[in-house]
Every structure is written in structure tokens, then in C-alpha cells.
Design a protein around this ligand. Structure first.
Ligand code: NAD
Ligand code: TYD
Length: 350
């Protein structure tokens, strides 16, 4: 099987690529990534020399390039993760999200349809999406696969649009697809502009922890390797044309999560109890901030026997230790254009 994985130099993609390359020596994995600020070949250095792995630098917004790539390699499946993925950046520059997340996805669908049109047998377009397409929940209820879409941020709107296109290609052209919508991921290789890695980095450097609004926003957190495992399962055993919600059964208010993180890091760094908590600073809220996300993952749990393998406390400890052991990685990704973004976003030096 020749599988094209897009966005495999990013956070989740790197874990999916590693898992597929190592678990399936008979497959050939092609990792297509534009290496934007969020893509980093360091993330997948350990599998670089595997015989069943090829890295291709390229941009999914370039339709011509994609068409020739599909003709050259004749992929039998696609696992599509490449995206602009950060809500705050989407508020600053929505069009970048339309280009990659919407147009890039349609380009990939077109290239797949063109290559596979005479025979869809054993072909699959697997689209990785987010729970943010469903919008925001009040204090109760869960997102199911039947919840209607109501995206609130430009990021969520662009992902919702890409999901609709994937489904529409299934209905209109019979393109075989699966979509999965996952909750917030955390773990190694997460770019430090998202909550958990940003706060780990700031605690290491004793810098303020900018909590948006009152901190009473709720997210459902899943360890990234558990997401990679769910994608692997749904890719192999999921039903074509179906959507699977993936979540951690693990809801945390931001402020409680930050306090837990501070406590764990004080212990690991041998700092007096309560020291890191003093870094918490409440800052101006994100516009259109979704109050709560929570996934009902019953379907994937019952149909594919998937469930998270680590508790949040275990996963968070593993994550903190990874960042402490990979300071060089952190230093490299927090240089260059990131410094500019940080000072614009938080009005202080990165
Ligand atoms: P990320 O930003 O860490 O990685 C995205 C990758 O895509 C990067 O390697 C980047 O270089 C690449 N990329 C961006 N634009 C590209 C383009 N035009 N052409 C080719 N490559 C391009 O994102 P992530 O957090 O790993 O998310 C991966 C996918 O999972 C996304 O589709 C995202 O919407 C989805 N998702 C993420 C989360 C989460 O919590 N991070 C949760 C659910 C779903
Ligand atoms: P984030 O990691 O950006 O993921 P998402 O917006 O996709 O859920 O943010 C997670 C939560 O943390 C979200 O409610 C926004 C909040 N947050 C802060 O309070 N401060 C920050 O500096 C960041 C980046 C996020």
C-alpha cells in the first residue's frame, strides 16, 4: 500500500507517520509537508532512514504539483493532516486558513479522484478534522457525530468547509472517505504557541502564563499518541463514508489545567510548591472564544474498541519531561518568525 500522509512534519502528523512507518513495514509512507513555521523535520528524524519512508517537500495549495505527484507515485490512500491549525493565527489572517485548509483539501480531493476514478476499490481518503467544527457547548452535553456544524472561529470554519467538501466528493463522485473529528491534543512535538507547550516553556523560563479571560473555558484533552492510534484503527477498520469522533473523556477548565501543570512542574523542577502558580496572569480574552468542547467518543469506542491509554496526569508528566529533555528543539522552534508572532500576540518578548 502506498499511503500519502500530508502534514507529517507537524505535531500530530509526525506521530501518525512514525506509527505507520514502524508498524507497517510493507506499506510505503510518503510524507508531504510544506514545512511552514509549524512543520519541523526534527519531529521525525528517527524514521528518516527507514526504507519504507519518503519525505516530499511541497504545498497542497499547488494543484499542478499535486496532480503530477499523484501520477508519479500512484498513492492508494491519503491520510490528510496538513493544515493551518492555530485559532489565534486564524483570527489575525483568515485567508491563509482558507487557502490551505479549504483549497488545499479540494486540490487533494481532485488529485485523488482523478487518479482513482476508474476503480475506487481499496482506495481511501482519510480526512483528519477537529471537534471545533461543532461550535461551542454550554456546561452540559457532548458533541456526537450527529451534532450539526456551527464553527465559530475562522480556523473552525475552514475545517468545517473542508469536511463538507470531503463528504460532498463522497456523495457526488463516490470517492471513498472517512472523517475523524478529534478534541484538543497534547504531547511531545507540540508547537509552543498552543496552551500546554506554551505554558511549559514559560514556566521553565519563569515567564508569565497568559490565561485568556477568566480561565473558565473547558477543553477535552487527548494524548497525541492515542489520537495517532485512533487514526490507525479507523483507517484500517472504519466504515467508508462514516465520521468518527475521537476524544479523551477528559474535560478540564483551562485554569484548573494550568494549576495542575504548575504543580507538576514545581515538583519536577524542584521549585517551592506554589511558585509557578504566581506566574498566572489573566489577559484579554480571545474574540469569539468557545466556552466548552467535549466529545462523545462512544462510536469509536464501541465499533473499533478504541480508548485512551494514558490518564491526563500521566500524559502531562510525559509531555513535561519530553520538553525538559528536548530544550534544543524548543530553542530552535522559538526562534525566528515565532518571536515576531509572540510579541505581536502578547505584547512582550518570546
Ligand atoms: P500543526 O500545525 O502542528 O501541523 C500542520 C502541518 O501541516 C505542518 O507540518 C505544516 O508544515 C503542514 N502544512 C501547513 N500548510 C501546508 C500546506 N499548504 N501544504 C503542505 N503542508 C502544509 O497541526 P497539528 O496540530 O498537527 O494538526 C494536524 C491536523 O489535525 C490538522 O488538520 C488539524 O486541524 C487537526 N486537529 C488538530 C488538533 C490539535 O489539537 N492540534 C485536534 C484535532 C484535529
Ligand atoms: P489552544 O491550545 O490554542 O487550542 P484551541 O483554541 O484549539 O482549543 O487553546 C486551548 C485553550 O487555552 C483555549 O480555551 C484558549 C486558551 N489559551 C489561553 O488561555 N492562553 C493562551 O495563551 C493560549 C494559547 C490559549
Amino acid at each position: 500500500m502506498k499511503i500519502l500522509i500530508t502534514g507529517g512534519a507537524g505535531f500530530i502528523g509526525s506521530h501518525v507517520v512514525r506509527r505507520m512507518v514502524k508498524r507497517y513495514p510493507n506499506y510505503h509512507i510518503y510524507n508531504l509537508d510544506a514545512l511552514t513555521y509549524a512543520g519541523n523535520l526534527e519531529n521525525i528524524k528517527d524514521i528518516e532512514s527507514f526504507k519504507n519512508y519518503t519525505f516530499i517537500k511541497g504545498d497542497i495549495t499547488n494543484a499542478e504539483f499535486l496532480n503530477s505527484l499523484f501520477l508519479k507515485y500512484k498513492f492508494s490512500s491519503v491520510i490528510h493532516l496538513a493544515a493551518e491549525s492555530h485559532v489565534d493565527r486564524s483570527i489575525i489572517d483568515p485567508l491563509a486558513f482558507v487557502k490551505t485548509n479549504v483549497i488545499g483539501t479540494v486540490n487533494l480531493l481532485n488529485a485523488s479522484k482523478e487518479l482513482w476514478k476508474d476503480d475506487f476499490t481499496n482506495k481511501l481518503f482519510y480526512h483528519v478534522s477537529t471537534d471545533e467544527v461543532y461550535g461551542s457547548l454550554e456546561n452540559c452535553g457532548l458533541f456526537t457525530e450527529n451534532t450539526s456544524y456551527k464553527p465559530n472561529s475562522p480556523y473552525a470554519a475552514s475545517k468545517a468547509s473542508s469536511d463538507h467538501f470531503v463528504r460532498a466528493y463522497g456523495e457526488t463522485y463516490n470517492l471513498p472517505f472517512i472523517i475523524s473529528n478529534c478534541s484538543n491534543n497534547y504531547g511531545p512535538n507540540h508547537f509552543p504557541e498552543k496552551l500546554i507547550p506554551l505554558f511549559i516553556n514559560n514556566i521553565i523560563n519563569k515567564k508569565s502564563l497568559p490565561v485568556y479571560g477568566d480561565g473558565n473555558y473547558t477543553r477535552d484533552w487527548l494524548y497525541v499518541e492515542d489520537h495517532a492510534k485512533a487514526i490507525d484503527l479507523a483507517f484500517h477498520k472504519g466504515k467508508t463514508g462514516e465520521t468518527y469522533n475521537i476524544g479523551g473523556f477528559n474535560e478540564w477548565k483551562n485554569i484548573d489545567l494550568v494549576k495542575l501543570l504548575c504543580k507538576q512542574m514545581d515538583t519536577i523542577l524542584n521549585r517551592p510548591g506554589g511558585e509557578s502558580k504566581k506566574l498566572i496572569t489573566f489577559v484579554k480574552d480571545r474574540p469569539g472564544h468557545d466556552l466548552r468542547y467535549a466529545i462523545d467518543a462512544t462510536k469509536i469506542n464501541e465499533e473499533l474498541d478504541w480508548k485512551p491509554s494514558v490518564t491526563f496526569e500521566e500524559g502531562l508528566l510525559k509531555t513535561i519531561n519530553w520538553y525538559l529533555e528536548n530544550q534544543e528543539w524548543l530553542k530552535n522552534v522559538t526562534s525566528g518568525s515565532y518571536v515576531e508572532y509572540y510579541s505581536k500576540m502578547y505584547n512582550q518578548k518570546a
